[in-house]
Unconditional design. Structure first.
Length: 132
């Protein structure tokens, strides 16, 4: 039986939390994602890629995101690719609006709901099915 680990980080305008097991993890961001904390967020996600190879970013609680937040999402994409980690995000309305402007081709992976993903272990998520 695998254990689930937890982590939490507070900044002035946001809170980030993570829980992960051996196969997958969920990172939740709430508040504002902007120049004041975007690098911290990207670093936080990068640290989590050391613990699991499948991540979902739950950004439904992000009520403001600036261009620095978009840069952090792009950096997360690069970091996950380099770490061979599969990831996707569940965006808030504000994140979706920024992605329509900054990522019109849909290069960053999006999923509709955390609940739409299949579980690989009790309480953990499979973000992208492995090919047969």
């Amino acid at each position: 039986m695998s254990s689930v680990n937890h982590s939490r980080l507070r900044t002035g305008t946001a809170e980030f939390s993570a829980h992960w097991g051996s196969a997958a993890g969920v990172i939740t961001a709430q508040g504002e994602l902007d120049a004041a904390n975007a690098d911290e967020f990207a670093d936080y996600v990068q640290r989590c890629t050391k613990h699991c190879k499948r991540l979902v970013l739950d950004l439904r609680g992000v009520d403001f995101i600036g261009t620095a937040g978009f840069s952090a999402l792009h950096r997360i994409n690069v970091v996950c690719s380099a770490a061979n980690a599969h990831w996707a995000m569940v965006p808030s309305r504000e994140v979706s609006r920024l992605l329509r402007v900054c990522d019109p081709d849909g290069a960053l992976p999006i999923t509709d709901s955390i609940n739409d993903t299949a579980e690989t272990e009790p309480g953990l998520l499979q973000l992208i099915p492995e090919p047969c």
